[in-house]
Design a binder for this molecule. Structure first.
Ligand code: ZN
Length: 109
């Protein structure tokens, strides 16, 4: 099969799949020898999703929250699944680092 991204040649390989920097294990995938894009078949994608759910990673990237006003500052509630995943506790000190005009990073400690 040809790569749908660049038309390059694909070969079957065991590929380590990571979500949020955590390895879910190795899965059989088709890897493009030109651009490196990895493709999994539907069955493998289901397996990956099941493992992701097992590890509590599934859906972490699509959590929404609202900005609230607290005195003169703004506050953002961290959904509990994300707080648990990054092991964030109440009263913990964090640093807020702007990454551009519409993005920022929060570093713990
Ligand atoms: Zn490609």
């Amino acid at each position: 099969m040809k790569c749908i991204m660049c038309g390059g040649k694909e070969e079957e390989k065991m590929v380590e799949h990571k979500e949020f920097g955590i390895s879910l294990g190795k899965f059989k995938g088709m890897v493009c020898t030109s651009c490196g894009e990895v493709f999994f078949d539907a069955q493998t994608a289901d397996k990956i999703q099941a493992r992701s759910k097992e590890l509590g990673l599934f859906g972490l990237s699509s959590k929404k929250t609202k900005v609230a006003q607290v005195g003169n500052s703004l506050a953002i509630r961290i959904p509990k699944e994300i707080a648990k995943f990054i092991n964030l506790k109440k009263e913990e000190e964090v640093r807020i680092i702007p990454k551009g005009k519409r993005e920022f990073m929060v570093e713990i400690g």
